[in-house]
Write a protein that binds this ligand. Structure first.
Ligand code: SAH
Length: 243
């Protein structure tokens, strides 16, 4: 029997935000591969092998999935949120490029952190926006800075993933400094932490009041565009711009 690889997004945390097709794929799986906290979200079963691994070994994980599928396994690689957003789907295709095989692959979308966070805050991504991974793990900080400045100049709303880690706490302070050079002090920022989990926290502030400590690795940060405003407790980006 030939195997299959499914790359599945588990959503931001709540069980209710896991799609039915992902639940179905997990029910049919023989093996689940992924970062330790994501594999921990999969209910164990006697006939299911779990392969949790540490962070930053995405390519090894993808190669492992390809090996298991070649042996006939029905492998599910799990990511949080959506597997195509700063996650395992791209790593799988990088590993596939190393081989001369054409395995059965499916990518199942999930609700990515910025969309779950935006829904909590109102509609801050209601106009044009971009998503930037602030981790300098796989790209130099100079490229992050270039993209930030261009996005700010283009007046895009922005969503920042991986904003601040213990290993590079100074990076996010620099990001706020760059934003202060490009945007007005009243610009609205949303710090959405652990959305859809018991630890959820939502903080809405201005660029002038934002501090680096407001973000950690469980936070997605949304920066409004120049027209983003508040109505009651909500934040939204008006649908028209530049008229
Ligand atoms: N594939 C994931 C992103 C992985 S990168 C997705 O589509 O959501 C990991 C980053 O995602 C974290 O550092 C954080 O910025 C963000 N993130 C993931 N889950 C989150 C949640 N429940 N609440 C807020 N941010 C979250």
């Amino acid at each position: 029997m030939s195997g299959r690889i499914t790359v599945a997004g588990l959503g931001p945390g709540a069980d209710a935000l896991v799609t039915p097709e992902v639940t179905q794929a997990l029910a049919e799986a023989t093996d689940v591969i992924g970062y330790i906290p994501y594999v921990a979200r999969v209910a164990p079963r006697a006939d299911l092998r779990l392969h949790p691994s540490d962070n930053r070994v995405e390519l090894d994980r993808a190669r492992h999935a390809l090996d298991l599928a070649e042996g006939g396994a029905r492998v599910v690689i799990v990511s949080s949120g959506d597997p195509g957003v700063f996650a395992m789907a791209a790593a799988l295709f990088e590993a596939l490029e190393e081989r001369d095989t054409d395995p059965d692959i499916r990518i199942l979308p999930g609700i990515t952190a910025m969309l779950a966070a935006a829904a909590r805050a109102g509609a801050p991504l209601g106009h044009d926006f971009c998503a930037i991974n602030l981790s300098d793990n796989l790209k130099p900080f100079a490229l992050i800075e270039k993209r930030l400045r261009h996005a700010a100049m283009g007046d895009f709303a922005m969503a920042f993933y991986n904003p601040r880690s213990k290993s590079r706490p100074e990076g996010f302070a620099r990001v706020l400094q760059i934003l202060r050079e490009e945007c007005e002090p009243e610009r609205l920022l949303i710090f959405a932490r652990a959305v859809s989990t018991l630890d959820e926290e939502l903080r809405i502030t201005t660029l002038a009041r934002a501090t680096p400590e407001m973000a950690d690795m469980r936070t997605v940060v949304i920066v409004g565009n120049s027209a983003t405003r508040r109505v009651g407790r909500w934040v939204y980006a008006p649908r028209s711009a530049g008229a």
